[in-house]
Ligand binder design. Structure first.
Ligand code: 5GP
Ligand code: ZN
Length: 111
């Protein structure tokens, strides 16, 4: 996906604060953080959303494993992982990404 911002970041064509990468996934800091810790875990390969990636169980498992690892390392009092999906879900970037939020008490329900 040549114009997708997260594909561009994965290819190294757009700048980002990338904390980790391997052949399957990247971890980057969100450009507009909503908590002291706000990371995005994204697959290198373009999937528009979690629905489209769900058949790739090895990938989904790797993404969730990375999220829980980050959450347990960085969220001493807990953390939240979020996958916004589709317009009503609040998804604004159509490349699968999982938010990892921590570092402050998070409210519920979300808006
Ligand atoms: P969504 O609303 O789709 O669940 O989340 C998209 C997230 O991507 C938002 O939190 C937004 O701040 C973040 N974001 C959008 N563009 C960029 C970018 O170019 N770089 C980084 N690091 N984050 C971005
Ligand atoms: Zn993409």
């Amino acid at each position: 996906m040549s114009q997708c911002i997260f594909c561009k970041i994965a290819r190294g064509e757009s700048p980002a604060d990338v904390l980790y990468r391997d052949e399957q996934l990247l971890v980057l800091k969100d450009i507009n953080p909503q908590a002291p810790v706000h990371l995005l875990v994204i697959p290198v390969e373009h999937y528009p959303n979690l629905q489209q990636a769900s058949a790739n169980s090895a990938l989904v498992s790797a993404l969730i494993k990375k999220c829980t690892q980050l959450g347990s390392e960085l969220g001493s009092q807990g953390y939240r992982i979020v996958v916004n999906t589709g317009p009503d879900g609040g998804q604004t970037v159509d490349h699968l990404h999982i938010h990892v939020l921590a570092g402050r008490p998070l409210q519920w329900p979300p808006g």
